[in-house]
Write a protein that binds this ligand. Structure first.
Ligand SMILES: Nc1ncnc2c1ncn2[C@@H]1O[C@H](COP(=O)(O)OP(=O)(O)OP(=O)(O)O)[C@@H](O)[C@H]1O
Ligand SMILES: [Mg+2]
Length: 257
């Protein structure tokens, strides 16, 4: 059974793309067939995963027919196990499609990926509560929200939680995997205070694992490689943290090849 997981938080710069890129690398290394869909016109995931780009763009997934995706899938080699549906400029127009049409089309394309034998679809979203994010949530099995331990981020997460609750009325099988603290500086008392506050506010919705504020992660995104390809000692902690998040998602979602 293919699992579709959305990474979403309408707050910008909280680590969504960093998380999705590392989940994708980790899952593919485990032998899973992974598709990443980049629904953000900033195209950050598309940059880091450019080597895996297939011949179909994210805006194609919002068209009525599934021919473009099917043709691209037909042309895929067996290796590698990781494939990217990259962001493109036409994504900006999906806001005008209307929720019902966009959502129906996107769901049909997710079904095509399931038929093609993918184990996991990971969807990166833009930092806004727009049509793209909503369509992704309507089609997904689960959503994970990276969050920064800063005041603005904590203040904004309530809106994300409400948006997820609203989508659940139409897609009851959507599961909130939780908030994943990201870019955490464990020596910063403000971060620790905000983490404690977050756990108190949302006792069931904060992941047990978090990702630290580590420049090796930013290096990895820029060099288009997972952080574990970085041989420096400083990258080891980041690797451990990222692997723990991947394991958490695998366990929670019961993902298996
Ligand atoms: N754990 C980390 N430690 C240090 N820097 C990080 C970490 N995670 C991400 N970054 C850096 O912070 C910035 C934002 O990260 P990222 O792009 O993953 O966030 P995002 O939520 O996808 O942002 P956007 O909302 O703009 O899509 C990037 O420059 C990235 O390199
Ligand atoms: Mg991003």
């Amino acid at each position: 059974m293919m699992k579709t997981i959305v990474i979403a938080n309408q707050k910008g710069g909280v680590g969504k793309t960093s998380t999705i890129v590392h989940l994708a690398f980790d899952f593919a290394e485990r032998g899973l067939r992974v598709a990443v869909i980049d629904l953000d016109t900033q195209a950050n995931a598309s940059f880091t995963l450019q080597a895996y780009q297939m011949d179909c763009s994210a805006s194609d997934l919002f068209t009525a027919g599934t021919a473009a995706l099917k043709a691209a899938l037909g042309a895929l080699p067996a290796e590698p196990a990781l494939h990217l549906v990259a962001s493109d400029a036409n994504l900006a127009d999906i806001e005008g499609l209307g929720m019902a049409a966009a959502s129906a089309a996107f769901r049909a394309h997710i079904a095509v990926l399931a038929d093609a034998g993918f184990d996991v679809v990971l969807i990166d979203t833009a930092p806004s509560l727009g049509v793209g994010m909503a369509a992704a949530l309507y089609a997904a099995d689960a959503v994970l929200s990276p969050i920064e331990l800063e005041a603005y981020s904590i203040q904004g997460i309530g809106r994300m939680v409400t948006a997820i609750a609203n989508v659940r009325q139409a897609n009851p099988s959507l599961r909130f995997l939780g908030m994943m603290p990201s870019k955490v500086d464990s020596r910063n008392p403000r971060h620790l205070r905000h983490l404690a506050e977050l756990r108190e506010l949302y006792p069931d919705d904060v992941l047990p694992t978090s990702i630290g504020l580590r420049s090796s992660i930013a290096d990895a995104l820029a060099s288009c490689e997972p952080v574990w390809h970085n041989r420096k000692t400083a990258a080891r902690k980041a690797t451990k943290e990222v692997r723990a998040v991947a394991q958490y998602v695998i366990d929670q979602m019961e993902i298996a090849p």
